[in-house]
Design a binder for this molecule. Structure first.
Ligand SMILES: Nc1nc2c(c(=O)[nH]1)N[C@@H](CN(C=O)c1ccc(C(=O)N[C@@H](CCC(=O)O)C(=O)O)cc1)CN2
Length: 285
């Protein structure tokens, strides 16, 4: 059996078309969604992601602004900027690109964003709402994964989902979103002993560790759905995931490639959250 592939790139293109129509409908009501992205430092990957965010915004009809700050920026300076953006009525969404330089406390920065403008869904108020199953801004990569599963009509309820990785951006929230969809969720990570005994139970296996070839075909249950969130550069400089894709695709029923799998959904879900923010803020006036 060779697995069916889910290309996030294709689904993202479809969703972006719908978002473009939504943005046009908002424009008719004089609502212009606006996203401000803050980039601190000169990490090349972060720079390429924020460029992708600007490009997607322009394509959909979202106004966007990139504020670039040097890596020497102090935490106080960054918090002052966020305070100003929080008070600016023209700004619907604020995104601080992660990771931040090590002298800045990432969580303090996230906590300072007005939860109504937190289009990343990282603020504790939004994380709490997600845990309660309430409507809010959901973190973009996990939310994209749920859309990918739904696009293939995967029945999530009753499935055993195993998450490998416990980051605040992907591992923890994807477990919560799958639980909200009535999956039975097992969280594992790089220090879980006998990891295979857990991954082998997975009907849905989500891997988000950042370690090339971490999951082999032998770690996967026959017919499982495998979602690879890893982004690594191999010895030849080629982009690869956390899963040994070539062998895993012979065991899995559905699998996501890297690149072109989950990654492109992240920016698309950010666009969706930004339009939602503009709509919510306009309705609250
Ligand atoms: N504030 C945030 N910071 C970070 C987030 C986030 O959601 N919010 N996520 C990641 C980076 N990221 C977006 O910010 C992101 C990662 C990967 C991709 C993507 O499209 N990946 C492609 C490959 C791209 C390449 O060639 O390098 C793929 O997997 O196919 C988009 C966005 C960390 N920081």
């Amino acid at each position: 059996m060779t697995a069916e592939l889910i290309y996030g790139k294709e689904l993202a293109a479809t969703i972006r078309k719908e978002l473009k129509q939504e943005a046009a409908a908002l424009k008719e009501q004089d609502i212009l969604p606006h996203l401000t992205v803050v980039l601190v430092g000169d990490d090349p990957a972060s720079r390429s992601y924020v460029k992708g965010k600007e490009k997607a915004s322009a394509e959909i009809g979202i106004s966007s602004e990139l504020i670039e700050l040097p890596s020497s920026t102090t935490q106080t300076e960054l918090l002052d900027l966020i305070q100003r953006l929080n008070l600016d009525k023209a700004v619907n969404g604020i995104l601080v690109q992660l990771p931040l330089p090590s002298h800045i406390d990432e969580q303090a920065v996230i906590n300072s964003i007005n939860p109504e403008k937190d289009v990343d869904g990282f603020h504790p108020a939004n994380v709490g709402k997600m845990m309660l199953g309430e409507d809010t801004y959901y973190p973009c990569t996990p939310y994209g994964i749920i859309q990918m599963l739904k696009s293939k009509n995967v029945e999530i309820a009753g499935k055993t989902a195993v998450i490998v990785g416990r980051s605040n951006i992907v591992g923890k929230p994807i477990g919560q979103l799958l639980l909200n969809e009535h999956a039975t969720v097992i969280h594992t990570h790089s220090r879980t002993p006998d990891l295979r005994s857990f991954t082998k139970q997975a009907d849905i296996l989500v891997v988000a560790v950042g370690r090339e070839q971490m999951i082999k075909a032998d770690d996967i249950k026959d017919g499982a759905i495998v979602i690879d969130v890893g982004v690594n550069r191999n010895a030849e400089g080629k982009l690869t995931g956390d899963v040994d894709f070539e062998h895993a695709k012979e065991v899995a029923s559905i699998i996501t490639p890297v690149p072109g799998g989950v990654g492109p959904m992240t920016i698309t879900m950010l666009m969706l959250n930004t339009i939602k923010a503009a709509r919510r803020q306009a309705a609250a006036v």
